[in-house]
Ligand binder design. Structure first.
Ligand SMILES: [Zn+2]
Length: 190
């Protein structure tokens, strides 16, 4: 294998078509390729139809990107924008909640594997535009939405990738979900 990971292998890795031998070779490389993140980012970028810079992939459909106004936002591969990445994107998604055993049985089999109704609920989150399922959480009723990932992007790019982002600032790494919830609360009470 060449010193630098072949981009085609990364494409195969993302598609799930990579051979077992190639996976093992990737895993056993004594020195991990320093370019790997950048090649990965390029492969991701060539797969989306928009050109906002991908800073990090969050899951199969969502990315943190830098938009034209230099905001760091969460964006779906379909192009839908969820806003500031410091606010839990789930607050801007479509949510389906399953509460009853009958509803659980549609997604769990066999039945004994189902969560306990009333003690747990299943929340499914969907993109409001393309309706891709973006996440699922199984939690007690009333439990706050799980904020799965608030990456410290400045630190990642500066300390681990060696290429600091030009707009580094201490307030990029803070959870602002509460601010949105407070604003909604005010609207409700006014
Ligand atoms: Zn979407």
């Amino acid at each position: 294998m060449s010193e630098s990971i072949d981009k085609d292998l990364i494409r195969q890795l993302l598609d799930g078509t990579i051979s077992d031998d190639d996976v093992q070779r990737l895993q056993r490389m004594p020195d991990k390729d320093a370019d790997r993140f950048w090649q990965y980012a390029q492969v991701l970028q060539e797969r989306v139809s928009w050109d906002d810079q991908i800073l990090l992939r969050l899951n199969d459909h969502l990315y943190v990107v830098r938009d034209k106004a230099k905001n760091r936002i969460v964006k779906c591969d379909c192009g839908h924008e969820f806003g500031d990445y410091r606010i839990n994107w789930k607050l801007h998604s479509l949510v389906r909640v399953r509460k009853t055993l009958d509803e659980f049985k549609k997604v769990y089999a066999p039945e004994p594997a189902c969560p306990e109704p009333e003690w747990q609920e299943i929340r499914e989150f969907y993109c409001p535009n393309c309706v891709a399922q973006l996440a699922v959480e199984v939690v007690p009723p009333g439990f706050p939405l799980v904020f799965e990932m608030l990456p410290d992007l400045d630190r990642l790019y500066r300390d681990f990738l060696g290429k600091p982002l030009e707009d580094e600032a201490p307030d990029w790494y803070e959870d602002r979900s509460e601010q949105l919830l407070a604003a909604w609360g005010q609207k409700l009470s006014s």
